[in-house]
Design a protein around this ligand. Structure first.
Ligand SMILES: *Cc1c(COP(=O)(O)O)cnc(C)c1O
Length: 303
């Protein structure tokens, strides 16, 4: 039904390299973990769910925007691991979209709050509990496990660090797309745990603009973090796309049979191929890209 110890395979991306390129380009397929408990969202949830089970919780409550991959992953994981799930969703008017429909199919109850309330997560959570506690079949406050927005929980780092443990050989460079950069922080820990600091360079490609504050957050999570930062591939900001990006994604997917989406993985892939074209890498470098999943992002964008 769902293999929580699934080791994601690695696909070669040789086919999309420029003809004269001699680098090795591989893709770790965390998109294949599950269609909806997808990619890095499962890596983050794995030990959170284990902790919720251990501490006897019955319900998961979390936060997200109406297109959040994390919200959907939590809804689906709740159904698989037998938790009731609640999603506190940003937005004034009642929102209907394919992501929230899927969340509801997996049994998640959606509680919408205004943008200003959403900014204050403690307030949003309190409003949720106040509206919920009058229900006759209400769970007690103690029965709830609260997961931060995007799954950015300390236990998420451990799950993400295991991506490095799974690698069959050493890579010179490893790339991932960054939203909160929790995944990148976990990869940095994985590289440290496996004593690969002198061999493997990590790279983050942020998908938002103006996110230098993320560097501070990475440093807070992992002191002396070593990584490279490529802030020039956000295409205007979070969830912003251009015709060039959509054409690139179409070309990539039609040539490889592997889907990527415009919010995260498309921007990362575009960035890496741009770096290759600009001779950023030494000859014969071994490069691994992390497919962080999230293909439902395609449901909100037309090619
Ligand atoms: C959420 C998400 C990310 C961002 O992960 P962070 O740990 O927040 O940086 C990257 N890729 C996909 C597909 C995602 O859904």
């Amino acid at each position: 039904m769902f293999d929580s110890d699934f080791v994601s395979p690695i696909s070669s991306l040789k086919r999309i390299l420029p003809e004269n390129s001699d680098v090795i380009l591989d893709l770790k397929r965390d998109d294949l973990i599950h269609p909806f408990i997808s990619g890095n969202k499962w890596r983050k949830l794995k030990y959170i769910i284990e902790d919720a089970k251990k501490t006897g919780k019955k319900a998961l409550v979390t936060f997200g925007g109406a297109w959040s991959n994390h919200l959907l992953a939590t809804a689906c994981a709740g159904a698989v691991f037998n938790f009731k799930t609640f999603g506190i969703v940003r937005g004034e008017e009642e929102i209907q979209n394919p992501i929230l429909s899927l969340c509801k199919l997996y049994g998640m109850e959606i509680f919408q709050v205004s943008r200003s309330t959403y900014r204050d997560k403690n307030q949003a959570r309190e409003d949720f509990f106040n509206s919920y506690k009058n229900k006759t079949d209400a769970l007690l406050q103690d029965d709830f496990y609260t997961i931060p927005e995007g799954g950015a929980h300390p236990l998420a780092l451990k799950g993400c660090s295991e991506i490095i443990d799974e690698l069959p050989h050493k890579y010179d460079h490893i790339f991932c797309a960054c939203g909160t950069a929790t995944t990148l922080s976990g990869l940095i820990i994985g590289v440290q745990n496996n004593h690969l600091e002198t061999h493997t360079q990590l790279h983050g490609i942020p998908v938002l603009s103006g996110v230098d504050y993320l560097k501070e957050e990475i440093e807070n999570r992992v002191p002396n973090a070593q990584y490279n930062w490529h802030p020039q591939y956000h295409f205007g900001g979070y969830a912003k796309t251009t015709e060039e990006l959509m054409n690139f994604i179409q070309s990539f997917s039609s040539r490889t049979g592997i889907l990527i989406e415009p919010i995260y993985t498309g921007k990362m892939m575009y960035g890496v191929l741009d770096l290759i074209k600009n001779a950023y890498f030494k000859p014969e470098s071994k490069i691994l890209l992390l497919h962080t999943g999230g293909l439902t992002g395609l449901l909100g964008k037309n090619v």
